[in-house]
Design a protein around this ligand. Structure first.
Ligand SMILES: [Zn+2]
Length: 123
């Protein structure tokens, strides 16, 4: 190892060495509780994104709705309580109670009853 790379490694290690020195110093001064609380805070900082990730997955599982387009019966997924567009036929749909509904223009009769009967036939 040349002197230059050694200096490079030393420069990288210095913050860590300082950190360990500070922890050791605090521990030797009977301030172990301070080290522990710092470790807990650091742990929480690392855990927070993981918890947020799993929380988001849980939220997504609760809010993801897989259903068929009421117009063309193309099956896809959407988020609950949002408006979306069918990727197959381009119909604007709203997601309510775990099912896709047409955002029917005013004056159009809802076709929910027909959708239910076709589902029963498929089963
Ligand atoms: Zn469609």
């Amino acid at each position: 190892m040349s002197l230059k790379t050694f200096q490079f490694y030393l420069a990288n290690l210095r913050p860590w060495l300082t950190l360990f020195a500070v922890i050791w110093l605090l521990g030797s001064l009977g301030l172990g509780w301070l080290v522990n609380s710092v470790l807990i805070i650091v742990g929480l900082i690392f855990l927070a994104p993981i918890l947020a990730f799993f929380g988001f997955q849980w939220w997504l599982q609760r809010n993801l709705v897989a259903d068929k387009c009421p117009v063309c019966t193309f099956e896809f997924t959407g988020l609950s309580n949002t408006n979306l567009q069918c990727p197959n036929c381009g119909e604007m749909l709203s997601v309510q109670n775990g099912h896709f509904h047409r955002i029917a223009p005013e004056g159009t009769i809802d076709v929910t009853a027909i959708e239910v009967s076709t589902k029963l036939l498929e089963d």
